[in-house]
Design a protein around this ligand. Sequence first.
Ligand code: FO1
Length: 314
Amino acid sequence: MTTHVLAIAGGVGGAKLALGLTRVLAPDQLTIAVNTGDDETFHGLHVSPDLDTVMYTLAGMSNPETGWGIAGETFRALGALQRLGANTWFRLGDLDLATHIRRTQLLRDGLTLSQATRELTSALGIRHPIVPMSDDVLRTVAVTDDGELAFQEYFVHRHCEPRIAGIRFEGAATARPSPGLWAALASATAIVYCPSNPLVSIGPVLALAGVRDAIAAFAGPKIAVSPIVGGQAVKGPAAKMMAELGEEVSCVGVARRYAGVCDAIFIDTVDAANAGAIEGMGMRAYVTDTVMHTDDDKEALARQIVGIVEAWDE
Ligand code: FO1
């Protein structure tokens, strides 16, 4: 059987492994399904931060310092918007704005988010399919000690400072998986959870109608890469959020999160001592260098994962 990996990704960490997978697998062997729970409207424009992070990374345009946004970006339009009285805490660059203008126009013309994403990715010369997790609206809401906050309000405006008491996925009762995600769930030979935040990047995908059940019933290997290394998040607030929710901040805590929808987890060499605890939960643990600094690191990790997928026997 030809390998076909469904990679489920959030923003920066997810984009790194997604890039690695594109170097190992042909376009018809990979579907990258991306979280849209972070999507937000700014200045009347539909912004899909995680889709854009994956898209810019695969197009070789991403900002290497932040991981999100475009390399060499300028913020003159944002400065002008601020002068005109707009809220500008969400830093949309001049080049990035073109993406949001084009996406918003396509959506207004009646395209779905999947169709708009295909237009954008093909215009940027990306050959591997990037699909939004859903064409419907599902929005991540942080339930905090300072009230309920829309995800970008919590993450960017409030710097994840309010203490989190829970996470809600508004619209999850009715939001359906996109056609691309649903087709990949039926045709893929393996599922890979990229090293994205399990709570707010992968969580929204699992919350979509029918997805958790479809993954639980999925016949092929389901493999996660832990975004928690040495008790800390490689990037972002995953560790702080897990701690505030009373979860163990380690790759074991990540494995616990994925219980029922995951067969194996890649953990970092610094966490080798945790392999036994993960195997005790009925999952395989693979110990390797998981922190991706260079494009070669991304490819090397992807190659190891694909190797495990191709050798998998149940
Ligand atoms: N993250 C920030 O920390 N500050 C920002 O001002 C910001 C702007 C931004 C603009 C476009 C975009 O695609 C992403 C942007 N991000 C910003 C990243 C984004 O908020 C998060 O990384 C994701 O939503 C979480 O994966």
